[in-house]
Design a protein around this ligand. Sequence first.
Ligand SMILES: [Zn+2]
Ligand SMILES: [Zn+2]
Length: 367
Amino acid sequence: MPASVLAAVMTAPRQPIELREFPRPDLPPGGALLRTERSEVCGTDVHLWHGRLSGVPYPIIPGHVSVGAIEAGRGPLSGIDGSSIREGDRVVFFDVHRTCGRCRACTVHRTPTRCASRRVYGITDPAHEGLFGGWAQAIYLEPGVALARLPASVAIDDYIGGGCGLLTAVHIAERAEIRLGDVVVVQGAGAVGLCAAALAKLAGAARIIVIGAPDDRLALAREMGADATLDLRHTARGDRLEAVLDATHREGADVVIEAAGAAAAIPEGLDLLRVGGRYVIAGHYTDAGDSTVNAHHQINRKHLEIRGCWGSEPRHFLRAISILERQGSAIPFRKIGARSYGLGELDEALADAEAMRIPKALVDPWK
Ligand SMILES: [Zn+2]
Ligand SMILES: [Zn+2]
């Protein structure tokens, strides 16, 4: 690897991505430098580019989920499972690299994804602090980052195709408490919705219906495990309700997963649930505006349970790797990452992601 590291920098919202050279970092004990093999452009990166996440310290190097090989380490490195990691090993790491462990969110409420001191690669770290994002030829792994060796049986394309959407979907499946035989509706056919459909199937759902667009994503949803898909552009809300009622003895779905991020999805999702059903809302990562609901008809009288799902924790990261190790060849996670872009092509990648031309753009910093 050369003495300096090339990285793509998001200087401010809506500005062209700039290529900059960064010095190779001096590693502290326990630190490491990862030679990036792939990173991703996910929906969050589009939100970052739109300036829709608060408190982002631009300029930043985006890219929060990545895979690479250990280029250099200082002192012994170990994986989150206790295994030793050596230079040259292909590894993945959990993108949340700091939570305080002391605040009320961390300790009392047991909601560390809401820790105010939480630091996430590619989102919360300013570029002047160093290589804290995957849109770069190398990533600085600070001491304490949750590292794991990527199992030899897991293809890079499957890991990064699932990427942050897969981690989020593991958390969603946990929050949704899907039971054997459940009918699950997934609102949204982006990376999170596609992964959620796959995991709902693994969790034992008997029937999975994905609502979304466009056609190619719905086709991929069926490959990922959906039994039926409803095209948002060619159906009305009433048609979709009828389709779900038809599939559920006129009762409604046991579980609805919101992975759409649209305000209109919320009242519709409530209507699609059966009495006593469960709604997991995971797609509203930014403020999509107000949703109008009728609390009597849509929540109280239906005795519904509504749960938010924010971010992910190390256990979701580890479970995602286990799922890929056991199921990675059977579920086409690799097809979510439709196309790779070089560091000089990331404006185009953001535009393609924004226009939903592809489910997810990948970053190949050596292209
Ligand atoms: Zn905390
Ligand atoms: Zn992401």
